[in-house]
Write a protein that binds this ligand. Sequence first.
Ligand code: HH2
Length: 287
Amino acid sequence: MLLQCGTYRLALDRPLIMGVVNVTPDSFSDGGLHLTRDAAIAHARRLIDEGADIVDIGGESTRPGAQAVPLDEERARVLPVIEALAGSGVPISVDTRKPALMREAIKAGASLVNDIDALESREALEIVAGASVAVCLMHKQGDPQTMQQNPHYDDVVTEVRDYLSRRLQAAVNAGIARERIVLDPGFGFGKTYDHNLALLRSLPALAALGVPVLAGLSRKAMLGRITGRPAHERVHASVAAAIYAAQKGARILRVHDVTATRDALAVWSALAGTIGVFSQGGAGDRG
Ligand code: HH2
């Protein structure tokens, strides 16, 4: 499986790591840490050095209850960072729902549009269709301001899968090749703890749609509920969740902690290969 990301062709025979750079004052786990242009660029370069395969730059927090950010403000946060990082050797992703910013970010060198609105805006759909960038289509229920107040589904896995299948088809119909499309169940976006767990366990049902699945579990509240830890102390929990997601078929892992995820993935991959060999051994084999 391949992902066409502008001029990059990414092989997905191992799970890829998307490192997160939030150029925001209020993101739930790292708000304010990379708010200046220089701090954000330095952080992104650090993530690339640590092994990030893609870097995702966002200028608007979408945590539950977050206030919307005006276009001018979001633009001023992310564009200089994207311009500085384009050509750094890995695809740069822009995490935005604003069509105008998608257009400018692509011009500035972004190779992937990460849209939590799944290109529901006709303008966004046309902008992505008219470029060669990849796109991540994410499911959410409601809007960040209110989405965690009372999320409800009759059957969360079927509803999320059917929504993503419809958005995939809409994107293909608009002229976006399947090789440019990634799907994402949107953990924590209008979902209870139980909804998130059901989706995570059922990732193979999403992977069956035939395009790469991205999992964004890093430091999220469900991990806080399991471990009792605040967001900045959820690194180990996030790594466990990332490995589980990879095992369930996720091809892109959106994470804040690149080194930890990369090391765990390397060990998991090595062991998974070895286990395959062991499982073919006969009785009495020692391994
Ligand atoms: N999660 C967040 C933001 N963007 N995009 C995709 N495709 N999938 C996700 O799960 C996802 C996302 C939330 O995490 P973060 O960016 O760290 O926080 P904030 O929204 O507070 O900036």
